[in-house]
Design a protein around this ligand. Sequence first.
Ligand code: ADP
Ligand code: MG
Length: 262
Amino acid sequence: MAEVGEFLEARDLTRSFGGVHAVNSVSFSIAEGELHGLIGPNGAGKSTLFHLISGHFYPDRGSLVFDGHRVENKSPAARAKLGISITFQAVHLFDGMTVLENVMVGGHTWTKHEWIEASFRLPRCRREEQNIMEKAMWALTMVGLEQYKDHLAESLPLGRQRALQIARALCGMPKLLLLDEPASGLRGDERRELLSLLEKMHENALTMILIEHDVDFVTKVAERISVLDQGQVIAEGTPDEIRDDPAVISAYLGTAISHEVS
Ligand SMILES: Nc1ncnc2c1ncn2[C@@H]1O[C@H](COP(=O)(O)OP(=O)(O)O)[C@@H](O)[C@H]1O
Ligand SMILES: [Mg+2]
């Protein structure tokens, strides 16, 4: 069921948990190549909205069109095949595996049948494995971790573990990357490195949605920003418009925001 429209277009997306309206009638559209910021207080529904886009949750109602496909009822695997990729708020690494092996996991979008073939290491699967290895090396180079490829993933500091998570998502060659608070807990130098990685991916025309708590951080990279509060979009606009929006200041920030963008 193809529909013409924006690259990613949500209409009336709604999801409740018991009595909690986690995401309540959310509509938005995102253009191809855009870097879109998503901010809002804790519990606003940001991660739930991401899971509605990635397929890890299904909406109670509403529609979602991605790259010409209706996807709101598709599985996470089906959406991944269409090009939607997510990095979760918590870092999930495979202990005991190297950086390269961790990234290669992101390149496997095998069906059960293909998985059985792979365990017998049939020639087609060896070619596939080689192909994934090449993509994984490309992804590691993109995030600047190629020299750590043989290190154990758990030995990396947090900033590099976050870069590794992003490399794993890139290895699946996504068209849309959902980043759930990739900067949280990072030191100043790690945040600056992440910022330049985001700029680099943006220059490579990857469409991204970035959840971020720090308004200064998100206003430095995002072209447009949506603000969620209690499951609803209370503002949408350019970083300047968002900074000056009284509803945003009272709901999200409580205090005035710095106008300084260094
Ligand atoms: N799996 C779940 N089961 C029950 N309630 C949930 C679940 N996931 C999220 N919620 C609730 O939905 C609301 C939005 O949560 P979340 O999307 O995680 O917010 P944010 O990412 O903006 O902090 C919160 O009230 C949270 O407790
Ligand atoms: Mg969250």
